[in-house]
Design a protein around this ligand. Structure first.
Ligand SMILES: Nc1ncnc2c1ncn2[C@@H]1O[C@H](COP(=O)(O)OP(=O)(O)O)[C@@H](O)[C@H]1O
Ligand code: SF4
Ligand SMILES: [Mg+2]
Length: 388
């Protein structure tokens, strides 16, 4: 089953108040996170812009959800708001974010609506159940503290019963998990490379065995080789430890290497959602196609990069109708008047918001958006993607 799919056993999000405490005895929901009708604004009155608009998604345990979109599409705002790290003038206008965390020793699952949770609950949940590697992570380490102090602080705060020796042992274990040797513990951040600092941040995020790890552009500032190494390590860590992950990047080609499912955001809204393979193989939204043509694949044959014409819209002055209409090579008259909503394609979890795909529409779907991307992909590319 895809990470985005709901199963019949999954409870209706609407029915949940927050915090909702230990879940019922029935089969636990396979979803670690359910985000429902989620909208976020910045500012008030005439200055207000909506940076996240009616977003819905679910994430299964141990799965990776990729969030893609150009800079300014609302990716960071979405995850900061879900985890309640959003700062003023950002405000959650509506929606819920139900987190389900495993209780110790297999004693079921506990549920919280993060949107409604008080500070005490949030302190309990952060690090232990949800950890976030922020977009500015490369500069997030305190420059005057040795790396071991960073680990010590997290472990002391959340695992008060651990002795100093146990904390040291756990820190060494965590560093090894991300491919760093023990001696890095005694270094200052400036003595580490960008890739090593990022690995330290990932190790810190995993320190308390969280159910969900959120990574906001963790490899964007790194060279391609280091990027690829870190992506491979994350894949490995996820299969060993079973945490779910939300991985944000503007580089859709990179996401295809890592994610089970992908949502593509444009101007604050999800415009396409699909499994990573489906999205790579057969994008349906013109914006997704543009993103795929903007970055070279990490594996496989070279392809011509065409990018997307124009720039992301000003949220304060969105075009009428489809927000992508000013940049879309397939724009139609209707697109400039009416805004498309997400509709299901093929099966329940594949969705797109584009008039081209409306059932019964008279428009002919362009070949690039109706077939496998044979032209742009070699057999070795497909083999790589399919072997994931
Ligand atoms: N502090 C802020 N004040 C006002 N508007 C903001 C602020 N931060 C972000 N925004 C608005 O929200 C939009 C989405 O930003 P962001 O979530 O950072 O996008 P992304 O992470 O996709 O690059 C931006 O284009 C901007 O218009
Ligand atoms: S609705 Fe129209 S403008 Fe928007 S993406 Fe589809 S074809 Fe392009
Ligand atoms: Mg961002």
């Amino acid at each position: 089953m895809s990470a985005l799919e709901r199963s019949d056993e999954s409870p209706q999000v609407d029915a949940l108040a927050a915090p909702v405490g230990p879940a019922e005895k029935e089969a636990p929901s396979p979803f670690v996170l359910d985000v429902h009708d989620f909208s976020v604004d910045y500012g008030v009155g005439t200055q207000m812009v909506t940076a996240v608009r009616d977003v819905n998604f679910s994430l299964q345990r141990s799965k990776v959800l990729g969030v893609a979109g150009e800079s300014g599409s609302g990716k960071s705002t979405l995850v900061y708001a879900i985890t309640r790290l959003l700062r003023a003038p950002g405000v959650i206008r509506s929606g819920s974010a139900i987190l389900r965390v495993a209780l110790p020793d297999g004693h079921g699952v506990e549920e919280f609506d993060l949107v409604q949770a008080d500070e005490r609950t949030l302190r309990r949940v952060r690090w232990s159940h949800v950890s976030v590697v922020l977009q500015s992570a490369l500069n997030a380490l305190n420059p005057v503290l040795r790396i071991r102090r960073e680990f010590d602080e997290v472990l002391k705060t959340h695992r008060a019963s651990m002795t100093k020796t146990q904390r040291r042992e756990r820190s060494v274990e965590l560093l090894r998990m991300v491919g760093l040797s023990e001696d890095r513990l005694d270094r200052f951040p400036h003595e580490l490379s960008g890739g090593q600092r990022q690995r330290v941040m990932i190790a810190l995020a995993l320190a308390l065995d969280p159910d969900l790890v959120i990574m906001d552009e963790p490899t964007t500032a790194l060279d391609v080789v280091t990027q690829r190494e870190i992506i491979n390590e994350l894949n490995d860590l996820r299969s060993r430890f079973g945490f779910a992950m939300i991985f944000i990047t503007h580089d859709l080609s990179l996401l295809v290497e890592l994610a089970d499912d992908i949502v593509v955001m444009y101007a604050g809204a999800i415009v396409e959602r699909a499994s990573a393979l489906e999205l790579y193989d057969a994008p349906r939204h013109p914006y997704t196609l543009g993103l795929l043509n903007s970055f070279p694949p990490l594996h496989g044959a070279r392809q011509e990069l065409t990018g997307i014409p124009g720039s992301p819209p000003d949220l304060a002055q969105l075009p009428a109708g489809c927000s992508f209409s000013t940049r879309c090579p397939f724009v139609m008259e209707r697109c400039r008047r009416e805004s498309p909503t997400l509709i299901s394609l093929d099966d329940d979890h594949r969705q797109v918001a584009c008039w081209l795909h409306e059932p019964g529409a008279s428009a002919t779907v362009p070949v690039e958006l109706s077939q496998r991307r044979r032209a742009a992909t070699s057999d070795s590319d497909l083999a790589t993607a399919e072997s994931k």
